[in-house]
Each structure stands twice: as C-alpha cells, then as structure tokens.
Design a protein. Sequence first.
Lengths: 285, 172
Amino acid sequence: MASSRDDFVIAIRSAFLKKSYQQKFSLLTLIFLSLVILILGSLNFKTIQYVKIGINEVIYRSSFIVSAPENYIKNLNVRMKEHFEFYDEFKKIENELKKLREKKLTNDFLILENKRLRELINESSQSEDIYAKVLIDKNSPYLKSIILNKGSKDNVKIGMAIVDDSYLIGKIIEVNYTNSRALLLSDLNSKIPVLLEPLDIHAVLSGSGKDFGLIEYTKDGYDQQISGEEIIVYTSGYGDLFKSGMPVGKIIKNKITGQNVVNFFSDFKQLNYIKIVSYKTGVTN
Amino acid sequence: MSSLNKKNFYKSLLFYFPPIFLFISVLNEIDLNYLKIEYFSFNFVYILIFYWTLKSPRYLSYGAIFIAGLINDVVIGIPMGVSSFCYLLICVVTAYLRNITITPNFLNDWIFLLITILLVNSIQVISLDLIFSVDVSYMRYFINSGFTFIFYPVFIFLFNILEKKIKLKKND
C-alpha cells in the first residue's frame, strides 16, 4: 500500500519537475508562469496593458495571415451555394424590391417629419462613421467576437456601435493601436436595451451563444401579446449605449424549443466590411 | 547539392511539424465545421498536445505549448494565461501517464484523454465563469469534450503515420 503511494508521488514529482527530451523548462516553472500572467492580467497595471496591446497587435495580424487559406475555402463554399440558389434568390429579391419601393416613399416622409420634430425640440444627433475590415472572424464555440482593422489611431473607442449596412451587430470591447475587438450581439456576454415594435415594449436583448438572441426582462404577458404579430427589435437608446431606432432583428419562434427568439437581420458569419459608429445626442440651445 | 538542401529542408520541416501545426491551429482556430452543424466542434489542439507529449515529447516542447496557449487566449479573447495553464495540465497528465506506463495501450490512453479533457475543460469553465465573470456555454464545452474524445482515434492514426515518417527521415 505504502509502496504504491510512493510510486504515485514519484511519478507526479517526476512529471512536474523532470525536464524530458529537449525540454528547456520544467512543467512546474511554466505552470507557475502562466498563473503569474493570469494574476497580472487581471490587475489593471498600465505596463501590462501596454504589453498586452503589443502582443494583440502582432497576434491579430499573424492570425489574419494564417487564416487566409481557411477563409478562402469558406468563401468558396458560400459562393458555390449562392450560385446554386441564384434564380430563386432573384425572384425573391424582385418581389421584395417592389414592396420596399412602396415602403421607401413612406419612409422618406417619416425621415423628414422626424427631422422637423427634432428641430422643434432643438435636439441634434451627430454620428461619426469609421469603415473597417473584419480581420478575424473567430466563430469560436465559446465567444462570439470579431477583430477589426481599425484601432485607437483611427479614434475607435470602447463602447462604439458596430453596424452592418444599417443593422446593429455589436460593440467595441477592446481597442489596440491598429485594431480592435468587437463583441457580437449573439455572444452570451452581450446585453443591450431594445424596443419591441409595434408593441412599444422595452426589454433587454441578450446573446445566446448561438445564432439568435433572447428577449429578457419584460412583463410576463409579453409572449401572448406578440403571438401572430411581426415584431421588429430596435435599439431603445436607453443608457446612451446606442442611438435609438437601430434595427437589430425580428422575433421568430424557435422550431425546436418553441421559444420566442430574435433572428438577427445581419448574418454574423458573413461579415467582411462593417461600420464603427459613435453617436452624440444632445440638446442644442 | 540543391537536392541535398531540399532533403534537409524537408527533414527539418517534418521534425518541426508538431509545433508548426500547433501554432497554425491556435492562430487559425480551425473548427472544420463547414457544414454548419450546430454544436459541432472539437478541440484539435488538445488532441495534438496529448498525442505528441505522450508519444514523442522531443518533437513538441513545453515552451512552445506555453506560448501557443498565450496566442490562443489572445485570438479567442479570454484572459491571458488560461489556455497555457490548461495545455500545461495536459502535459502534466501525459508526463504522469508516461511515467507509470510500461507497455503503452491505446484504450488506456484514450480513457486518460477523456478524463484529462473533462478535467481541463472544467478548470477552464470554472475559472472563466466564476473568477473572470465571462459567460460560457457549459453545454458547448461538454459537447466539445465529447467530440474531441471521439475524434482522437482518427488523429492518432494520422499522427502515427507522421511520427513514423519523422523517425525514418531522422535515421536517413
């Protein structure tokens, strides 16, 4: 009994301390070093933050280069699919275009009316747009984020909104000198205030870690109210996080769970170029 | 002369294949999920580290594994040091397994891999969720562990072929 315990201790000690063939470091040293990095990383020392930014710069660029072949295969796959569905898509788009042209007229009128009303209450809304390329689209099973090729040198700041066409897709969470990371709305850690229209219900849109979002913090009866209606999710502008009225997605029923989920307007797997936007809403005197 | 150089280059490329592939994997995060199957994902890096540190640790240094872990953290966007710690834990298990094994057995290794990835993923999930307050999907981690376990025999077959080639070239 005692000898088997001794064997175990010897094996464990040897595993931790013995440098095997061509190993320059023992495992214990490296484990200790990784723990030190973890602890230092969690403390917000400026020097460490600068080192981290430097490492990020190099790794993001390298990752972009290394990912090129895989991205090419991915794009090829998408292009082939698109090619096969070309005719059906054309017919669908033709119909949609007809409807959209009709809607545009009403829309133009509403925009003008909105502008006039804003002028009446002396409210101004300014936006700054920065166009960025998606460097890395890491569709990791754990975190949904993208790396963009614009950073602090282009005036990108933490919290800025990320927009694909006119649809909100996420926000900036990390800024380096020449690049930045944006957290997508589908990530589990993403939570934004939204408005469900036309019911005028305020809620919080939370990421699910999958391709859809979930509506949280609403009244109990909300599920019954939305049955049979087409509900569009817009940003509510609460907390001054984003400009109000940015379209996010549409509420649909999940086929498997039967739960109401938000189907994002933008396809997060097909992001190439996006817009980083910051808004300033204020009352002009 | 040029053919000799070519041969040498090929030889050294084969010798450095495990670390090269490790770095490509962490920089690229290959998921091989082109069919967009929901929940399908496996951790190729775990398999790679487990195999090479168990069978031929001379081809994959702990230092390279440590740096690969740091790169992985930056690419995925989790706190730096988490992946390095997890990867090195796999190395501890394989070093222990090597010390206690007299005659290597595939089934034994396979079961050890399952225990290792369950342990490592649990540590990763706990540290991310409880210490760093990063929300993670437990189910995805669990399924990822399952697929990693299932795919091990496929990669062990490929790595065995590669290892034989490396050894042959080395003896040339």
